[in-house]
Design a protein around this ligand. Structure first.
Ligand code: ZN
Ligand code: ZN
Length: 256
């Protein structure tokens, strides 16, 4: 079984004591490829994931400014992103989007920084990894206008209708640990209706560990629990889920 964790924060300080062991456990569990999300602590550091990817063949990177950190982005940030985007291990721009739950940055600033990064991804022909929380309508209208080449709704926790809206935009839906939570029936319904060629899996580690690890620090190796549950939900097998999600990731991240 060859799996791809399409969203992990391996640079997080929670991995400082055992990062290499964590990566080794992932590979032993069949997670052969990891997409490290490079948003880190926000600008001025934009290379949290690039550094990891440079040191590991199995790790690819994204670059981007998280909506939480939008207010920290200046002209120097965008200039640096433009230079980093052609790095051979950078496979996507993300996670970018809107977070109206925490509102750590003013909403108008979040929207402007989101739009600018969508334009940057489009100019490089790269897919985008979207974070959206309590901001579904604004996220969709910005994405409709920007029409990115391809994209991932990361940690998809919407319902069936939102899943259809994202799928109508040609987006991929990435499911994580939430899928295994007892009360996440709406998310499971969304996972059931997602076509094979739009399905991805992720951990979002160190956050959102799947059952039976819920509440603990999450890590890529735990993704096998999500894959098992996803297979049950879809009347499939973990092997088949691994095959289709890996194929989707490879297609999504190969040059257009
Ligand atoms: Zn996120
Ligand atoms: Zn994340």
């Amino acid at each position: 079984m060859r799996l791809v964790d399409s969203h992990c924060h391996l640079d997080d300080h929670q991995f400082d004591a055992d990062r290499e062991d964590t990566i080794a456990r992932a590979r032993a569990a069949g997670i052969e490829t990891m997409l490290a999300i490079g948003t880190g602590d926000g600008p001025p550091d934009l290379e949290a994931a690039v550094r990891l990817a440079e040191g590991h063949e199995c790790i690819f990177a994204t670059i981007g400014v998280h909506p939480h950190d939008a207010a920290k982005a200046g002209e120097d940030t965008f200039a640096r992103l433009e230079r980093l985007i052609s790095h051979p291990k950078v496979k996507a721009v993300g996670e970018i989007g809107l977070d109206y739950h925490y509102d750590f940055s003013p909403r108008n600033v979040q929207r402007a920084v989101f739009e600018r990064q969508l334009a940057l991804a489009a100019s490089a022909g790269l897919p985008v990894v979207i974070h959206t929380r309590e901001a579904w309508a604004d996220t969709l209208s910005i994405l409709r206008a920007a029409a990115p080449r391809a994209g991932i709704m990361h940690c998809f926790t919407g319902d069936a209708e939102q899943a259809r809206e994202a799928l109508d935009l040609d987006f991929h839906l990435a499911f994580g640990g939430v899928l295994t939570f007892p009360r996440a029936e709406e998310v499971r319904e969304a996972a059931r209706l997602t076509p094979d060629d739009r399905l991805l899996v992720e951990t979002d580690c160190p956050y959102l560990a799947p059952v039976p690890h819920r509440g603990r620090r999450n890590e890529p190796a735990f993704m096998v629990e999500t894959v098992r549950r996803l297979a049950e939900i879809r009347g499939s097998t973990p092997e088949e889920i691994a095959e289709i999600t890996t194929r989707n990731f490879d297609r999504l991240t190969s040059p257009s």
